[in-house]
Design a protein around this ligand. Sequence first.
Ligand SMILES: C[S@@+](CC[C@H](N)C(=O)[O-])C[C@H]1O[C@@H](n2cnc3c(N)ncnc32)[C@H](O)[C@@H]1O
Length: 295
Amino acid sequence: MESVASVTAETMALQRSFESHGARRRRLFTDPFADDFLRPSWRALATASGVPILRRLAVGVYDSVGGRGPRPSAVVRTKIIDDAVNAAVPGHDQCVLLGAGYDTRAHRLTAMSGRRVFELDHPATQEVKRSVIERLGIDTHNITYVAVDFERDDLARRLVERGFDPESPAVFVWEGVSQYLTKEAVDSTLDVVRRLAGHGGVLIATYVDRRALTEPSPFPEARRWIRAVARVGEPWIFGLLPEEASGFFAARGFVLQRDVSTLDASRDWLSDRSPRHWGSELYRVAIARAEPSAA
Ligand SMILES: C[S@@+](CC[C@H](N)C(=O)[O-])C[C@H]1O[C@@H](n2cnc3c(N)ncnc32)[C@H](O)[C@@H]1O
């Protein structure tokens, strides 16, 4: 089990922070808590990005290290998932954030208030999150934190023990996690989601195009991205081919309803920005419904 907090979770907070410091009329979302999860040097960079004259420099510094793709992909995926959660949650009383990291949807999306939210993550990352949320004095009465390792733990048992109601439909968000897992953990997690999602339960997941993991990759941005996550001890090891995704989810009891790359979604959401600042084709968001007969 991981003993240190996830750096990729903190990176996501930084990327959301950059967007949240952008011009109000152009930003796709505002995460008012993202800064609080950042180490001081990253927070300084994020804060600088909120000063109009420094924004291009601050974001440029980050992109010159991270390369083209990661930041806008994170921004676009956050927007798509926010919208999908907002659309799904009214009919669903429970929301499960699998590998929640420093995702603050439970606090920033009004659709989530009053809903039962379960946040699952490695203990070290979850501990950091909880201490920040506690320091900020944020209400957590509807949130249940469950420390798990997707590679080892019986998620279904842990969730039900902590009050998850398998009879009530749920939305499961699995954002930025599948690529860090073994195929066995991906399969066992999807099996739990299908069993617990209830009739009409929704899965909102991301995955990386498996060709990103090959060398050479058809995606120019892949090599730097993959090296960066490996360097922080969180290598990408799992991916899917988009053309196989529908069959992959069907074989696991889901009907794929949407599957979009963050590049394609950028045409909808970032058309006012230069294509140099669009998301990557290798990063994808899939929305699927648990099949009633299998639930
Ligand atoms: C890239 S971060 C994404 C965090 C969050 N979902 C987001 O999008 O901001 C990956 C998250 O997956 C979690 N994770 C990765 N492998 C895991 C495992 N085997 N068990 C539990 N959590 C895991 C990490 O702790 C981290 O919080």
